[in-house]
Design a protein around this ligand. Structure first.
Ligand SMILES: Cc1cc2nc3c(=O)[nH]c(=O)nc-3n(C[C@H](O)[C@H](O)[C@H](O)COP(=O)(O)OP(=O)(O)OC[C@H]3O[C@@H](n4cnc5c(N)ncnc54)[C@H](O)[C@@H]3O)c2cc1C
Length: 146
């Protein structure tokens, strides 16, 4: 790994557990592909648990001028969810939802699958606006960004 990425890893280790930082060849290769035609092998893949970790990671990357990219389900078709730098993935802790105003509004964390959001809203006769064909797999982080 290049010195700037080694430094990044060292900085990240001050607040993230070693198990959240993947630099192994096999892991990075696996995350080098999404549903697009593109292949970019990340140097570091992170698995983050909460907002504090996301803020810390973005600030740290920014301070070292290292780009970072988010990925949730990886079903986007134009290479948006691959990177040859830092790839941020989310742990299973990002699946909370909160129904408001009798189903008129809903708050969703980025790890909620689109179809699950619709299941939560079904009793109120409502659904989320976007309706991608990949809704059984793709997640709110990717749906909202798209
Ligand atoms: C079979 C198939 C059918 C599809 N049909 C449609 C369709 O009908 N309509 C349509 O619009 N698309 C469609 N898509 C494309 C894709 O599924 C959607 O764009 C989907 O919303 C992407 O969600 P994802 O969870 O896979 O996100 P990812 O691919 O993981 O990420 C998508 C983008 O969101 C960004 N991102 C993710 N999380 C965050 C976050 N927390 N903060 C900031 N940025 C974030 C990523 O960096 C990336 O740029 C289809 C794809 C497939 C494979």
């Amino acid at each position: 790994m290049k010195p700037d990425y080694q430094l990044l890893e060292k900085e990240l280790l001050t607040q993230l557990a070693k198990e959240q930082i993947y630099t192994g060849e096999a892991h990075c290769l696996a995350y080098g592909t999404d549903a697009s035609f593109y292949r970019l092998i990340p140097k570091i893949v992170l698995r983050l648990n909460n907002l504090d970790e996301v803020v810390f990671t973005i600030k740290t990357c920014r301070s070292l001028h290292i780009p970072c990219t988010f990925r949730v389900a990886g079903t986007s078709l134009s290479g948006q969810a691959v990177s040859d730098s830092v790839l941020i993935t989310l742990s299973d802790d990002w699946r909370k939802h909160n129904i408001l105003e009798g189903g008129f509004k809903i708050t969703l964390q980025p790890g909620v699958i689109g179809a699950d959001a619709n299941k939560y809203l079904a009793p109120f006769g409502r659904k989320i606006g976007p309706d991608p064909a990949s809704i059984n797999t793709c997640k709110i982080g990717g749906i909202a960004t798209k």
